[in-house]
Unconditional design. Structure first.
Length: 451
C-alpha cells in the first residue's frame, strides 16, 4: 500500500451542503398518483452496485453519490435501500481510507451512506427479493429491508456494474433480462407500484430491455448504452475511473437543479443523450411516463453543489484495467510499484490472449457443421428475444462452471458469442458436453483473473 502517493486529488475542506429548491427529476407523481401524498412519504429508491474490487471503484462511487441525490430529492433514508460490496472505501489501494469520491477534488460521497446489503449478500437473488418486497426471503440477510410498496408508490431503481448481452452482473451470478422482466410484470400485476423508473449503468445495458420489456407496464427505463456497445468510465485521469459517464452526467445534472426547474423524463433524456458522448443513451418501456412533468416544485431540501471542473478522461470499460496499470507504470515514483504494475500488465494481456484463443476454439466447435456462420457468431452482436434465453442461460451457466466465472470480467464482453450460438439455433448439445475438456488447458494457462 502506497498511501503517501495519492492516485487522485481529494478536497480537504469540509463539504458544503447548500439549501436549494428541488424538482424531483426521477420520482414523479404523474397521472394516477395521489398528488396530495408528499413525495417523501410514498417513494422508494433501490441503489445497487453489482461489482467488487478496487478496479471497479467507479460503480460504488456512483451509488454513493446517488444516495445523496435521493436524499436531496426528498426520499427519506428509511426508504432508500443500498446494495454494494463495500470493499473499496478501506481498500489497501485507496490513498484516502474511508473516502470515496465521484470526481476529482470531489466530496466524500461515502460519508453517511447506509448500506443494507454487503459482501456475499450482493447477488441477483437478493436483488429480486428486495425489489419485489419478499421480506421472508431476506430474513437474516443484511438489514432484511425490502421495498414495501403499493399501487400509489413510485420506485426508482438504479443499477451500476458490468453487463453482457441480456445479463447484468453480480460478483458470483448474473441477472438475466427475462428474470427481470418477469419480476417487473408480476409487480405490475400485483399493483406493487404506481410508476417504476430504472436507470441502468452497464455495458450492453440496452440488451436487457430491447425487444423484451413490455410497453404498457408503467416502467420507464434509461440505459447508459445501446444493446451492442460498451459504456465508459469517467474521470479516469488518475488511473482509477472515479465514475461512469452516463451516471455522472445524470447525477451532476440533478446536483445543478435550481428553483423553478420543471422537467419531463423526455426532457432529461434529451439532456443526458446529448451530454453523454461515448455511448448512446437509450430509453425503453412505457413512454407515456416520459411525457409527464417530474414533480411540481413542492419539496425543498439539501443538495450537494461543487465547483466547476474539467470534463476529464473517459475510458471504455473493457480497457479500464489496462489504463490503470499503464497509469501506475507512467506516474508512480516508486520503482517497486512500476515493476509490479509492469508484471501485472504482462499477466493481464497474456490472460486476454489466452481466453481470446479459447473463445475462437469454442466458436469453431459450435459452428463445425456450419462454418459459414463462424464470423457471424464471433463478430456480430445480434438482438435477443425471450425465446433465446433458455438456451443462452444454460450455455452461459455451463461456461461459467467449466470454463471461467464472473471474476474474469474481460470475458463478459465475449458473452455475445454464446448468445449468438443460441440466436442462430446452432446445436449446443455436443458443445455442452465438450466445454470442460475444451476449456481445461486454457484454465491451466491462466494464473489470475482476466480483467
Amino acid at each position: 500500500n502506497n498511501q503517501g502517493e495519492p492516485l487522485w486529488p481529494v478536497k480537504n475542506s469540509t463539504r458544503m451542503w447548500l439549501i436549494v429548491a428541488l424538482s424531483s427529476v426521477l420520482l414523479q407523481l404523474g397521472i394516477g398518483a395521489n398528488v396530495s401524498t408528499p413525495l417523501q412519504n410514498n417513494s422508494w429508491a433501490f441503489l445497487v452496485a453489482g461489482s467488487k474490487g478496487f478496479n471497479n471503484y467507479r460503480h460504488q462511487a456512483d451509488i454513493c453519490h446517488a444516495y445523496h441525490v435521493m436524499l436531496a430529492e426528498g426520499v427519506p433514508a428509511s426508504q432508500i435501500i443500498v446494495m454494494m460490496y463495500d470493499d473499496i472505501a478501506f481498500h489497501k489501494d485507496n490513498p484516502t481510507p474511508g473516502v470515496i469520491i465521484n470526481r476529482p477534488n470531489g466530496n466524500n460521497v461515502y460519508q453517511g451512506v447506509k448500506i443494507d446489503y454487503k459482501g456475499k449478500d450482493v447477488n441477483a437473488e437478493n436483488f429480486l427479493n428486495v425489489l419485489t418486497g419478499n421480506k421472508r426471503a431476506m430474513r437474516g440477510v443484511g438489514t432484511g429491508r425490502v421495498i414495501q410498496s403499493d399501487e400509489n408508490t413510485n420506485l426508482f431503481v438504479y443499477f451500476n456494474d458490468h453487463g453482457g448481452p441480456g445479463v447484468l452482473c453480480f460478483p458470483t451470478d448474473v441477472l438475466s433480462a427475462v428474470r427481470l422482466e418477469q419480476a417487473l410484470r408480476k409487480m405490475n400485476e400485483r399493483k406493487r407500484y404506481n410508476k417504476l423508473i430504472m436507470y441502468i449503468e452497464a455495458c450492453y445495458s440496452g440488451s436487457m430491455f430491447d425487444n423484451i420489456l413490455e410497453e404498457n407496464t408503467n416502467v420507464f427505463v434509461m440505459t447508459a448504452a445501446a444493446r451492442d456497445e460498451s459504456s465508459f468510465g469517467a474521470y479516469c485521469d488518475y488511473g482509477i475511473c472515479l465514475g461512469n459517464e452516463f451516471s455522472v452526467k445524470w447525477m451532476e445534472h440533478m446536483d445543478s437543479a435550481h428553483k423553478g426547474s420543471f422537467e419531463t423524463f423526455f426532457h432529461q433524456y434529451q439532456h443526458i443523450r446529448t451530454s453523454v458522448k461515448q455511448s448512446h443513451v437509450q430509453i425503453y418501456g412505457d413512454f407515456s411516463i416520459g411525457s409527464f412533468a417530474m414533480t411540481p416544485n413542492h419539496k425543498t431540501g439539501q443538495r450537494l453543489l461543487e465547483e466547476d471542473h474539467e470534463e476529464g478522461l473517459y475510458i471504455n470499460s473493457k480497457r479500464a484495467p489496462i489504463h490503470t496499470l499503464k497509469f501506475k507504470i507512467a506516474k508512480s515514483n516508486e520503482t517497486s510499484i512500476k515493476k509490479k504494475s509492469q508484471r501485472d500488465l504482462h499477466v493481464l494481456l497474456k490472460g486476454r490472449r489466452i481466453v481470446d484463443a479459447m473463445m475462437e476454439r469454442l466458436v469453431s466447435e459450435a459452428t463445425a457443421d456450419q462454418p459459414q456462420l463462424r464470423s457471424t457468431v464471433s463478430k456480430t452482436r445480434m438482438g435477443l428475444s425471450k425465446q433465446v434465453f433458455p438456451c443462452y442461460m444454460e450455455l452461459l451457466k455451463e461456461f461459467q462452471t467449466h470454463c471461467f466465472g464472473l471474476e474474469h470480467e474481460y470475458l463478459i464482453h465475449q458473452y455475445h458469442k454464446l448468445a449468438n450460438i443460441c440466436v442462430l439455433r446452432l446445436d449446443t448439445s455436443k458443445l455442452l458436453g465438450k466445454l470442460g475438456r475444451l476449456c481445461s488447458p486454457y484454465k491451466r494457462a491462466v494464473s489470475s483473473p482476466v480483467l
